[in-house]
Design a protein around this ligand. Structure first.
Ligand code: PBG
Length: 329
């Protein structure tokens, strides 16, 4: 007696495995997060994100040219705002000559076809490190949304192709879409961080931008009153469907690895592109284990990112984008 079906037959050679592989990665899958600082000639490594840097505008231009030459054609911009420009309502975020607005122009001047997405949230601009306005121990929703919409408009005016609200205020997608339409920015897209969880994996990112919630009386210690509870699943679908109704072009799940069940749920539920953000803590964990010699860096990176795509992500924001593209070629 022999088995009638031998599944191992399809695994016999590398060529055959390549032929039947269900998920493959391409440079087109990636969105590259970039951190920008004031100054000239600045390329500073982020302590908790080895081999990842903040760039001043001159070196940002150089970096995006390199990304383009590697086939990486979409970037997601974040700025580290000088302390003296921070306040409670993100005034500096609306400055037409602010760091983000100049960064957008810098990228477009360096590589005109690069797709530029921008982070829209108050935390890098907030003296309290929150994504919205703080008042009497709470984060104001509607007042924050109004400012976020103005911020999105300011990015669109500076040349952003997409705005990416990462704040999780209610109704902000509607607010943004309406303002962008009113002002004639019909083609400026919105990638909503629609299912963003209150996660401990954002730690290194908050180091990178110096944007962690401050420890002060009447300032919430964490972001749990707006980001989602990681115990919840149905809620992610509700959030995502509402953002699509309000006008989101692309939706996102964040973080990545711990949330692949959510990614699959959403992929099976919606018909807009789904993005996943493999966040700073996920990056740091791999770097740390690899540094100790406990994990094979490249193998683990490819496995995790392939898993994110297999789960249903069409777009992957990852600090490993350059590594992956180099590994693929
Ligand atoms: C804040 C924002 C965060 C990230 C992207 N936008 C952190 C937070 O919510 O505190 C995290 C990205 C990462 O960890 O890589 N609006």
């Amino acid at each position: 007696m022999y088995p009638l079906r031998r599944n191992r037959r399809l695994r016999t050679t590398e060529t055959l495995r390549n032929l039947v592989r269900e998920t493959t990665l391409s440079p087109n899958d990636f969105l590259v997060p970039l951190f920008v600082v004031e100054g000239k000639g600045v390329k500073e490594e982020i302590a908790s994100m080895p081999n990842y840097y903040r760039y001043s505008l001159d070196l940002l231009a150089k970096e995006v040219k390199e990304l383009w030459s590697l086939g990486l054609k979409s970037v997601l911009l974040f700025v580290k705002v000088p302390e003296n420009l921070k306040d409670n309502s993100g005034t500096e975020a609306l400055n037409a000559e602010g760091l983000m607005q100049r960064a957008i122009k810098t990228v477009k001047d360096a590589v005109p076809d690069m797709l530029v997405m921008t982070d829209v949230a108050l935390d890098p601009y907030s003296i309290f490190g929150h994504d919205g306005i703080v008042s009497e121990g709470k984060i104001l929703n509607d007042d924050s949304s109004a400012i976020l919409a103005e911020m999105a408009l300011s990015h669109a005016k500076a040349g952003a192709d997409f705005v990416a609200p990462s704040d999780m205020m209610d109704g902000r997608i509607f607010e943004m879409r309406t303002l962008l339409e009113d002002e004639g920015f019909h083609d400026t897209g919105i990638m909503s961080y629609s299912a963003k969880y209150a996660s401990a994996f954002y730690g290194p990112f908050r180091d990178a931008l110096d944007s962690a919630p401050v420890d002060k009386k009447d300032v919430p210690k964490n972001k749990s009153s707006y980001q989602m509870d990681y115990a919840n699943r149905e809620e992610a679908i509700k959030e995502t469907l509402m953002d699509i109704e309000e006008g989101a072009d692309i939706v996102m799940v964040k973080p990545g690895l711990c949330y692949l069940d959510i990614v699959r749920d959403i992929r099976n539920t919606v018909n807009v592109p789904v993005a996943v953000y493999q966040v700073s803590g996920e990056y740091a964990m791999i770097k740390a284990a690899a540094e100790k010699g406990w994990l094979d860096h490249d193998a683990v990176v490819l496995e995790q990112i392939t898993a994110i795509k297999r789960a249903g992500a069409q777009i992957i924001a990852s600090y490993f984008a350059k590594d992956v593209v180099k590994l693929l070629s």
